[in-house]
Design a protein around this ligand. Structure first.
Ligand code: ATP
Ligand code: MG
Length: 447
């Protein structure tokens, strides 16, 4: 045990130097045969290797295969420059972001190919908090490995030899279910505070324990997230919320003190008993959809996250004498103006969010032609799913959700019988005879 600890401490020191020899782990030991790799990424590696380059499947895919999970995508890392990669594949294009990468199209796969990154040095441009701004120096494979965030993410798989190249003891850490930062965690979080979120997301998603050295600083460094461009935070939040493990992620974010400043609305929501229940139900619902391979819409997700804030504004406006529907629209705009900017919610997603919210009061009309009109709305299904979450969380009467569940499935005659008498605006509207409650309400049925 102690010997292991000592070797880890010294091993860690050596790792930081980034020029040490990697462990080359044969297939007989890790068991990942090349047929486990997507055919597209295999062909990309083979072609680059035939052109005299190094090329490996890298990152999340190798990690996921080693723990027996299904990789989301297969990325490739190479010593070829982006221009050399582009020339090697007819269907490819260079994508210029912080760091140039090449998208290679193989059948219906798109493989992301990155050139090995070099070590950050004194010339690297950083902001006043130490966040790396420009990062476009190429380097060796060892340098590339040292630039990755966690040891489990710094593994390279060669489809030709079927060996895993491991510079930072990633395979061993994975075996021990540990997410370990490469290098000094505080420095790595300063370089890129999004790693704070990645640590939580990857640990929750993969069932790993964050190594104490990487976990301890999270709380104290959470403030660095305020300095990250909103669009990047939005991307990471979306990954987190659609990971299929969002409840675990959010719970852990809160435990690590990471929701402050990151999703300011979570502060508000998680402190309201009704709001928290609603958000957690919505997230559990999304997780379930993701795990069953169904699509999720960012609009729906963010509509749920912000709903209780809309409700609070709506109530205030109504109390101040504003009439119901204009008050709702005003509340929606206020919330989207404030949170939309903070969270970098795109215009298109904001439109989807508004559609879902705006449908909500329309579910209250159960007389005349209106319910039929609502059924024809293109966003009816999303609006209805949202309504059911409101009912399940206790915000509104379950009976309203159940009525809509029955109304959708009913035939023409039944529907006509279900309609309430036309008495718009009458609060003491007479309810029809109570129908037995439906056993289970399925708001996940295919759209
Ligand atoms: P996922 O399963 O969500 O795709 P991932 O680890 O593959 O997780 P990606 O964002 O696809 O995440 O990144 C691919 C690889 O790039 C990572 O495995 C890691 O090696 C490296 N990487 C990504 N983001 C960072 C970062 N912020 N800092 C350092 N390395 C990173
Ligand atoms: Mg990935």
């Amino acid at each position: 045990m102690i010997r292991k600890l000592i070797s880890r401490v010294f091993g860690g020191k050596k790792a930081a130097a980034s020029h040490h020899e990697p462990a080359v782990i044969p297939v007989s030991s890790h068991g990942i045969t090349r047929d486990r790799i997507s055919s597209g990424s295999r062909r990309v590696c083979e072609t680059l290797q035939e052109n005299g380059h190094m090329a490996y499947v890298v990152g999340g895919a190798v990690r996921d295969l080693l723990i027996g999970a299904e990789p989301k995508d297969f990325d490739v890392a190479t010593d070829a420059t982006p221009e050399e990669v582009r020339r090697a594949f007819r269907r490819s294009r260079i994508i210029g972001r912080r760091f140039q990468i090449v998208h290679v199209m193989m059948g219906h796969e798109t493989i992301e190919v990155t050139t090995f990154r070099g070590t950050l040095d004194a010339n690297t441009k950083k902001d006043e908090h130490g966040r790396v701004l420009h990062d476009n120096v190429f380097g060796s494979q060892a340098e590339d490995a040292a630039r990755r965030d966690f040891t489990a993410n710094a593994l390279y798989y060669d489809p030709t030899t079927e060996a895993v190249i491991d510079y930072h003891h990633g395979v061993g850490d994975l075996k021990q279910k540990t997410l370990r930062m490469i290098g000094e965690p505080r420095a790595r979080y300063r370089e890129d505070p999004v790693r704070l979120l990645r640590a939580v997301r990857l640990a929750a998603k993969l069932g790993l324990i964050i190594d104490p050295a990487a976990r301890t600083p999270i709380r104290e460094m959470a403030g660095l997230l305020e300095n990250v461009p909103a669009a990047r935070l939005f991307d990471e939040m979306l990954k987190l919320l659609t990971s299929g493990h969002s409840v675990k992620c959010i719970t852990q974010l809160r435990d690590e003190g990471l929701h402050h400043g990151l999703l300011p609305l979570l502060d508000v929501i998680l402190e309201q008993p009704m709001g928290e229940k609603f958000v957690m139900l919505a997230l559990a619902n999304t997780d379930d959809r993701v795990r069953r391979g169904k699509g999720t819409s960012p609009g729906f997700l963010f509509a749920t996250l912000l709903w209780h804030e809309v409700l609070a504004h709506w109530e205030k406006l109504k109390a101040a004498g504003e009439s119901k529907i204009p008050a709702l629209y005003q509340a929606m705009d206020t919330v989207l103006d404030v949170q939309g900017e903070k969270l970098a919610i795109t215009r298109r997603i904001a439109g989807d969010i508004k559609d879902i919210w705006a449908l909500q009061p329309r579910f209250e009309s159960r007389a005349g032609k209106r319910p039929y009109g609502l059924l024809e709305q293109p966003r009816f299904r999303a609006g209805y799913d949202f309504l059911l979450l409101r009912a399940e969380s206790g915000e509104i009467d379950m009976e309203l959700g159940e009525w809509w569940t029955r109304f959708q499935d009913a035939d023409g005659e039944e529907r006509a019988q279900m309609l309430l008498p036309e008495q718009a605006g009458d609060k003491k509207r007479r309810r029809r005879r109570k129908k037995p409650a439906a056993d289970s309400v399925d708001h996940n049925s295919p759209e």
